[in-house]
Design a protein around this ligand. Sequence first.
Ligand code: ADP
Length: 187
Amino acid sequence: MKYYILFGPPGAGKGTQAKLLVEKYGFHHVSTGDLLRKEMAAGTELGLKAKSLIEAGNLVPDEVVVGMIHSEIANNPDVIGFLFDGFPRTTAQAESLDAMLKELGQSVTSCLSIAISDDMVAERIANRAMIENRPDDTKPEVIANRIKTYHEKTEPVMNYYKAQNKYSEVDGSGTIEETFVKISALV
Ligand code: ADP
């Protein structure tokens, strides 16, 4: 079984590329952001807890997302592979994923990273805010906090996979198609 991680700052285009990769390769797409937004829309206890954190641009606790990933893996035994999008976002989450996969006799295939500058992150998020209705995309201070959180908590995940020789990066500043060609070449 293949376990790909789609990595990158908010607004890098992970969701867009994930959709295209799923169409081409048939992976099971798991976006922790989408799963959390579903919980919020359904008004579950988990969703209510996550809402204030997300709307402030903070991460939800590791154990919450690790639990969601555990269920996704357990509930989809017959897929040809997983494409994780927005997970892992901390080194602790990466370690939990490794432990989970180890129990199944599996391991992460590769971490595919989409790199864009902070300026482009801000620009893309502002654009997305006009298309999708995401409260965490509209307030400048929340966007700034997400960029800060990315550098502090999520960027170290890069080194985690680099140390395992499982990290590759593409330039995400071009068009959707250009980025897709580059990412597909790594799959
Ligand atoms: P973006 O595409 O802007 O990076 P996501 O849709 O992936 O946003 O996630 C939205 C928010 O959901 C994040 O800012 C964070 O608060 C929360 N979230 C999503 N995935 C995780 C995760 N793996 N760990 C902690 N929080 C998460």
